[in-house]
Ligand binder design. Structure first.
Ligand code: BEZ
Length: 326
């Protein structure tokens, strides 16, 4: 009888331990990298995501956020994600489009008229389906999209027409679709990462920059600009990524909570730009620059030229993306 009781208790203990092991969260300290500085909307969203993940998992998971390229530029962070050397990143879609040309379709000039339409495109089924390309083609899992504001031009000298940009050194984020656009415009597209832009504009290394209103204001590019051309010529998406190696090592319940919360905070970035873009314009207008409100006609045939190049280069994604707005 006693031996039977002993056996029963041992079995119960084993079952209890096994049940405990199943429900126990494997604690992880994740690292998330991005290139934007601490006050930027993307960085704030990354921090808020980490805080909520920690709360929801009772402190089991934490996220250390590394802004301002502390872990390297976007190409380097992408490589780290692929090897599992970095857990997570919020990267411009620019970097992703350098590896998977379908994502270049999002940069079609005037595809989105404004931040509202940009948000609608990024929340579309077509955009969601494109995330499925990422694990196989880039070794990363795409959780969702964020964005920055629409692209504008800030110039050291007055610009009356695109003739004033001809041959001028115009800073671009380093990626193909924007280079193709400014080649069509006739400017000398000059790839340059974000942290180098202020000095380059200040010392005349570049004549103009491709930028959004938030940063023209917050990073004070207006201080070295005569004109800001509000052209709204392109959207500027961001993607929230997790290393596929890291993702595959996570329990399904962890994937669920990380996926849910990261997607929520990425989506809130879209809301933030939709809400704040008009106020960024007001702030820029308060500075000393000459703000010119322009439309697609300013660029003449450049948008058409770009579309002819990218209809093929985007491997059909451009045509598909256009259907998302119908
Ligand atoms: C840029 O390269 O212009 C940029 C990068 C990240 C966020 C916003 C702007």
């Amino acid at each position: 009888m006693f031996r039977k009781l002993q056996k029963f208790m041992a079995l119960t203990l084993t079952l209890l331990l096994a049940a405990g092991a199943n429900t126990m969260v494997q604690a992880r300290d994740f690292r998330l990298g991005l290139i934007t500085p601490p006050p930027h909307v993307w960085t704030k969203a990354a921090i808020a995501f980490g805080e909520e993940l920690s709360q929801e998992t009772d402190g089991a998971h934490t996220v250390a956020v590394f802004p301002s390229r502390q872990l390297g530029n976007e190409a380097q962070m992408m490589q780290l994600l692929q090897t599992g050397g970095l857990d997570m990143a919020f990267l411009t879609m620019a970097e992703v489009s350098n590896r998977i040309p379908q994502f270049g379709a999002f940069y079609a000039p005037y595809l989105a008229a404004d931040v509202n339409q940009a948000g609608a495109l990024l929340r579309s089924k077509v955009a969601e389906n494109m995330l499925a390309l990422l694990p196989e083609r880039a070794g990363v899992v795409g959780i969702g999209y964020g964005m920055a504001g629409m692209r504008q031009i800030a110039s050291r000298d007055a610009v009356g027409s695109t003739a004033d940009l001809a041959g001028k050194k115009l800073r671009i984020t380093p990626f193909e679709p924007i280079k193709d656009f400014y080649n069509e415009v006739g400017a000398a597209a000059t790839p340059m990462p974000l942290p180098s832009v202020y000095d380059a504009l200040a010392n005349g290394q570049v004549d103009a920059i491709d930028m959004d209103l938030e940063l023209i204001w917050k990073l004070k590019y207006h201080e070295h600009s005569s004109d800001v051309l509000v052209t709204n010529h392109m959207m500027f998406p961001m993607i929230g990524l997790v290393s596929a190696q890291v993702w595959n090592s996570l329990a399904e319940s962890d994937q669920d909570v990380i996926g849910k919360l990261m997607a929520k905070h990425l989506d809130s970035v879209i809301d933030t730009y939709i809400e704040l873009e008009p106020s960024f314009l007001e702030e820029v207008k308060k500075t000393d620059v000459n703000v010119r409100m322009l439309d697609a006609s300013f660029f003449g045939e450049a948008a058409q030229g770009w579309t002819e190049i990218w209809a093929d280069k985007s491997e059909g994604a451009l045509a598909e993306l256009k259907t998302a707005l119908e």
